[in-house]
Design a protein around this ligand. Structure first.
Ligand SMILES: [Zn+2]
Length: 223
């Protein structure tokens, strides 16, 4: 009798897999979907949309997706009823946009999705205020950043890429966040709810969907 290996499932592309592939400079096991290229955080957000929101109900919605990966962008463009826009400063997006000076009017979007961007932005508080401004009342911003439990740390004097790599873990990051990013988001006007994988799926689902248990989705509503 062979031991049962739990089958993995990628909710983003709908593929059943034996395992996800390792990924990262210090490779994490069960991270990368070999079919669609998504990582743990992408699968977590997809399941969050599926299980906790009306995102996939086909009703018309507008979404601003800040600096997505190409394959992830393609997947969102296939969603029925979604008026989708990808935007970023450097890279191949549908529109060029600076997150601290967004060119859209107040109350323009139902959803703003901004994942692993704010840790690159020196004036992140301005970026948060801009996302709040362009959201419709009742709309929500889905915010994710790399999180460490100890709390947010930034050193304005750490401008050298080598120093940044040492203190933040990546040479193009300008800070490392803790769960206290919640307070910055609240200062920008949002009502913030934090969801971790166990708030969205059961223990078996965490394994099957290849999720990182310590990841946090900040669901930020404009009231
Ligand atoms: Zn996939």
């Amino acid at each position: 009798m062979t031991s049962e290996v739990p089958a993995r499932y990628c909710p983003v592309c709908g593929s059943w897999l034996r395992v996800f592939e390792p990924f990262g400079s210090n490779p994490r096991p069960n991270a990368l979907c070999p079919v669609c290229g998504c990582l743990e955080r992408h699968r977590l957000v997809w399941i969050f949309f599926e299980r906790k929101t009306s995102f996939f109900d086909g009703a018309p919605k507008s979404m601003l997706h800040i600096a997505p990966g190409k394959k992830f962008e393609k997947r969102f463009k296939q969603i029925a009823g979604l008026d989708y826009l990808s935007a970023g400063l450097t890279g191949n997006y549908m529109v060029k946009m600076d997150i601290i000076d967004i060119q859209y009017a107040d109350n323009s979007f139902d959803v703003v999705y901004c994942s692993h961007v704010l840790e690159h932005i020196p004036d992140d508080r301005k970026a948060m205020r801009e996302m709040h401004r362009v959201l419709k009342v009742g709309g929500w911003a889905i915010i994710m950043v790399p999180i460490r439990p100890e709390g947010t740390f930034e050193d304005p004097l750490a401008t050298d890429p080598v120093v940044r790599k040492r203190v933040y873990g990546q040479s193009d990051h300008v800070r490392v966040y803790g769960p206290d990013i919640k307070y910055r988001l609240e200062e920008a006007g949002f009502t913030v709810m934090q969801l971790r994988p166990p708030d969205i799926v059961d223990a078996e689902g965490i394994v099957r969907f290849g999720l990182k248990e310590n990841e946090i989705i900040f669901v930020c509503q404009k009231k």
